[in-house]
Design a protein around this ligand. Structure first.
Ligand code: FUC
Length: 800
């Protein structure tokens, strides 16, 4: 924002109302098409190949159950997911040989002998066993997140149809399909209910007796479908990677008809000449996020009970309970950046046009809200966190096992949780983190003889914390620190002290590890991490060889700085001021800090190495700018400027090429206060890395781009990481007029804003806790005493 030349005066008014006025979004938030996704197209069995038709299907989810609705007319395909459908099993991949070589590797690195150090790291520090199976772990103990299978509904018709429409209504989390065939108007409504733990599919027609179909369920392997007690059941077991059965699962389907006939014949549900049919589907597995066995859920009774409970309710009741629960999350935020009425064109056409024009504010609004929809649909209190594909995967071998990558990806999934007012949905990440502590402690012990817990760049639902199978990417010990920073982030947004108290041991356990891990650089006396990688990037060592391993890469230094700072601040919040906290503080102050290179860029490694790929997708050395707060344009302007140069350089060299990378750039540029560059990275996401159904693409499909984009847009509109609450810190010229309701700032502060001609008109600010806050807009800064649950109106009056 360029407000420096305008002299503005601020009026702070205290209004009498106790809650901010919420306006509903002006336009219906719908992703819609005038063609079905083709259910007859076969999925490519190669997991790394995207399936074009699947990427046209529409996602539904209730946090643990997911579905992709194709909406095909004669053969409906609803591809099913359940969050814990993981092959594999708990496995110890820690390498007891690692510790003995560490001192030698460090010595070699400090002496500049990168070749030998890299070889020794590769031969001694990687996991034992098969690790992730090089991202193809479906048959090894690491396992893979897989499809639950498919529900097929075949109406046996071949006649032409017209008036076709299918939509995902983001306001209601309902997919609707409608068309006319043989003079009959047909409708389908589908939703995945959290309160009732079932998926509902209702078929209606405007003439009696017109609904006939065969419904079946299958999956590419390991399934049996049969009918029993008036239900269709699909069940099976996934391989545990050790030659035995692992996870057990079950899906139940029941149909209820109005007139006509409905029967179960072997592995089919058959409907004949009904007026209306409703299908109820429940699914579960025997998985429990509880180490070391991760087993014990009574999935058979659970699926049975969910069905009978749902069957006792009317369709209208099920739908209204679903809507109410979903909207409690979704409706908290509205976002509007154009006064223009929406032109009714299908979303795929709209996206194709955007690729040329880079101009469609409605599509940008939709993409922002879609990220919120996807998090609500794939992450609810008590579920597993959203994985690399959220909760949606259509094959047996999902790319990178659909796991939790901890060197950017799973963290990116949750950046938006706090800022876009979905704080409760962050909690699955903390449950996963807590569950990883026992195996992380074992890894810290076995690999490094250290206290505390550690994890490396990948984890799964079976407690995997060992390094990866190749040091070039797998020797990343910073994942634990990075994930642990989410604890303080959640606390600073919610001010929930009980949460902080409960998570403090996890935070401290991570600190314990790095306190043992850091070593003194003999040349500089600074504390450094290593042997370490800068996530997945490669440099050219002084001897001209390529290497990834060094001491004190900026990323590790920054995440450890952030972790220690969070620990010191959290201890203070909890009234803990013992000698250990002092010790951590001393160590933090002796960490090697961010350095600016001779070309003005922020250095990625402790020495000024040339990078092999200057446009590399990871920008891990800018962690301190975002999501961290060690660097900010207010507190450390020189470092912020250097970070800006690094970003520009990455982009000039082809950076931001994958979806998540471009999404991260939105956030980074927003932190630099550069709205136009942030917007340009948003354009990159939408025009290069977005599928027809608005799923993010690496490629292949990867959902972090969706979540990261939503976080980035929020970051453009509101920031609060550097003390003050900054209003419209990175508003692009392309969004001169707009409003946003319900964004969150740290301190549990909720903010609504309206702006016009690129200038803030007013902000309504409210918090459930009375507190002193500093609000800034451009060059203006004002300290405000917020009273408990009372709205403050912050008005910018530019008339004088
Ligand atoms: C990280 C990235 C890759 C990919 C993978 C799932 O390793 O470097 O690009 O996103 O995660």
């Amino acid at each position: 924002m360029k407000h420096t030349t305008v002299i503005l005066s601020i009026l702070i008014l205290i209004t009498s109302c106790s809650t901010p006025k919420k306006e509903s979004p002006q336009e219906p938030l719908k992703i819609w098409y005038d063609e079905p996704a083709l259910a007859t197209a076969m999925d490519d069995p190669n997991g790394w190949k995207d399936d074009a038709e699947w990427l046209k299907a529409l996602p539904l989810g209730n946090g643990s159950f997911g579905a992709m609705v194709f909406g095909d007319v004669n053969l409906e395909r609803i591809q099913l997911n359940e969050e814990s459908m993981w092959s594999g099993s708990p496995d110890d991949n820690d390498n007891p040989e690692a510790f003995a070589a560490q001192a030698k590797i460090r010595e070699l690195l400090f002496n500049g002998n990168y070749k030998e150090a890299t070889e020794l790291t590769n031969s001694t520090q990687v996991c034992k066993g098969e690790g992730s199976g090089h991202g193809n772990g479906a048959e090894v103990p690491f396992g893979c997140f897989q499809t639950l299978g498919d529900l097929w509904i075949d109406n046996g018709q071949k006649e032409p149809y017209e008036n076709y429409h299918r939509e995902l209504d983001l306001d209601e989390a309902v997919v609707r399909v409608s068309y006319t065939q043989n003079g009959v108007n047909y409708k389908r409504e589908i939703f995945a209910s959290y309160p009732d733990q079932v998926m509902i599919v209702r078929f209606t027609a405007d003439k009696p007796g017109q609904i006939s179909f065969n419904a079946t369920m299958d999956r590419p392997e390991n399934f049996r479908t049969y009918s029993e007690d008036g239900q269709l059941i699909m069940l099976g077991a996934l391989p545990n990677g050790k030659g035995q059965d692992g996870l057990q699962y079950m899906t139940r389907l029941k149909g209820v008809n109005k007139s006509g006939a409905l029967k179960y014949i072997a592995d089919r549900l058959v409907v004949e000449n009904a007026d209306e049919v409703t299908l109820y589907l429940s699914a579960s597995t025997d998985y429990v996020l509880d180490p070391p066995n991760y087993k014990g859920r009574d999935y058979i009774s659970i699926t049975k009970a969910s069905l009978s409970k749902a069957l006792a309710k009317s369709f209208d009741q099920l739908l209204s309970d679903h809507k109410q629960e979903y909207q409690n999350y979704f409706k908290r935020v509205s976002f509007d950046i154009t006064p223009e009425a929406i032109v009714p064109i299908p979303t795929d056409t709209r996206l194709a046009k955007y690729k040329e024009t880079k101009n469609d504010p409605h599509l940008e609004e939709l993409m922002f809200q879609f990220g919120r929809y996807l998090l609500i649909s794939s992450s609810r209190p008590g579920t597993l966190p959203a994985n690399l594909q959220g909760i949606w995967a259509n094959k047996i071998q999902t790319p990178w096992n659909g796991d939790y990558h901890t060197d950017i990806n799973v963290q990116m999934n949750y950046w938006m949780a706090e800022s876009t007012n979905l704080s409760e949905l962050h909690t699955p990440l903390f449950n996963l983190l807590t569950s990883l502590v026992p195996s992380g402690e074992r890894t810290a012990q076995v690999q490094y003889h250290n206290k505390g817990w550690v994890l490396h760049p990948i984890t799964n639902v079976w407690g995997y914390t060992s390094p990866g199978e190749s040091a070039s990417w797998g020797m990343h010990t910073g994942g634990g620190a990075w994930l642990s920073t989410h604890i303080a982030e959640h606390y600073s947004f919610t001010k929930d002290k009980d949460f902080l108290k409960a998570m403090y041991p996890v935070l401290k356990g991570s600190v314990d590890f790095y306190m043992d891990w850091l070593v003194k650089d003999p040349k500089t006396g600074k504390m450094v991490s290593g042997p370490a990688v800068s996530p997945e990037n490669t440099f050219i060592a002084p001897d001209g060889r390529r290497s990834q391993i060094s001491m004190g890469p900026a990323h590790d230094q920054q995440v450890i700085w952030q972790l220690f700072t969070d620990f010191i601040d959290s201890s203070k919040e909890l009234g803990i001021s013992d000698s250990y906290v002092q010790k951590v503080s001393v160590t933090r102050n002796s960490l090697l800090g961010p350095k600016i290179g001779s070309d003005g860029r922020l250095m990625e490694w402790a020495e000024e190495f040339e990078e092999v790929e200057p446009g590399h997708r990871h920008i891990s050395h800018l962690f301190a700018l975002h999501p961290g707060n060690q660097i900010s344009r207010i507190e450390t302007p020189d470092l912020a400027a250097a970070a800006g140069k690094s970003l520009d350089y990455r982009i000039a060299n082809g950076g931001g090429g994958t979806g998540w990378s471009a999404a991260w750039l939105i956030n980074q540029y927003a932190r630099l206060g550069n709205g136009d560059k942030a917007k340009s990275s948003l354009e990159t996401v939408l025009s290069k890395s977005t599928a027809a159904n608005l799923f993010g693409l690496h490629p292949p499909f990867q959902m972090d781009a969706n979540f990261g984009t939503t976080a980035g847009v929020a970051e453009m509109l509101l920031q609060s990481h550097a003390g003050a609450i900054e209003l419209l810190p990175a508003l692009p010229k392309a969004w001169p007029t707009g409003s946003v309701r319900g964004l969150k700032a740290r301190g549990n502060v909720t903010i609504d804003m309206n702006w016009e001609n690129g200038t803030l008109l007013y902000a309504n600010i409210i918090a459930p806790i009375g507190q002193e806050i500093t609000v800034s807009y451009g060059m203006l800064k004002k300290t405000i005493q917020l009273k408990e649950s009372e709205t403050y109106k912050f008005v910018v009056d530019s008339s004088n």
